[in-house]
Design a protein around this ligand. Sequence first.
Ligand code: NDP
Length: 246
Amino acid sequence: RPALGGTVALVTGGSRGIGAAIAVRLAEEGADVAFTYVRDKEAADLVAGRIRALGRRALVLRADSADAGEAAGAVDRAVEEFGGLDILVNNAGVGLIGPLETLSLADIDRVLAVNVRGVFLTSQAAAGRMGRGGRIITIGSCMTQRVPGGGSTLYSTGKSALIGLTKALARELGERGITVNIVHPGPVDTDMNPADGAYAAGQAAFTAVGRFGTTAEVASAVAYLAGGEAGYVTGAEFSVDGGHAA
Ligand code: NDP
């Protein structure tokens, strides 16, 4: 029996990048996988095809994490389709980087709505539906551990809030046998942060290993935390950052 056989996972922002790698990896481990997206239906359908090719069930949900009803509603839709929820991966996020003076109120509201409020609401809804062995895993950022340059005050503020959410929620759900952890990726090659982008060389130089990470390297840590062997791991932060924080 595969490690996650018979489980149901929901991954927010699973159509591209790190979230897509996580969705497929959890399916490889045996989970049926629901995932959300907002804009790119074609990319979402491709990921669903990869999950189904592995013999698992896939559910594509158009749900904007910035919308309170949609953020919580994704959990209900996954439970309705698959009959339960065992694993939530809060991955959807926006990476708005820019000098302090350029950030508008709309920028601040947008980043906090997706990267913080959406994670809170989806986790709250998931906690209400999970039983013993439940897993909540949130994608944070290396920018919560070390900020090597300017322009990330808004992004780092939002991502750092997720550490508090993780620890407090671990306390709140521990007695129910649900674990809550956060994974901090370093620079990872995605549409959000391409390894050939303008700021890529500087980011790679801040890591100990001198390179970008892959989405698979982040998905691997998530797969571990989602599995039965990680039952004694909760309230913890995991850097998968090539030594960015070292
Ligand atoms: P991408 O921009 O490459 O992919 C983002 C994914 O999230 C897409 O599937 C996108 O779908 C979806 N998404 C975006 N906004 C929303 C929303 N409002 N509601 C629901 N889904 C949404 O990002 P990455 O894969 O690079 O990043 C994934 C996570 O990892 C983010 O939380 C990011 O902050 C974090 N991270 C990334 C790092 C990196 O270097 N790449 C480093 C550290 C952390 P669609 O396009 O269809 O809307």
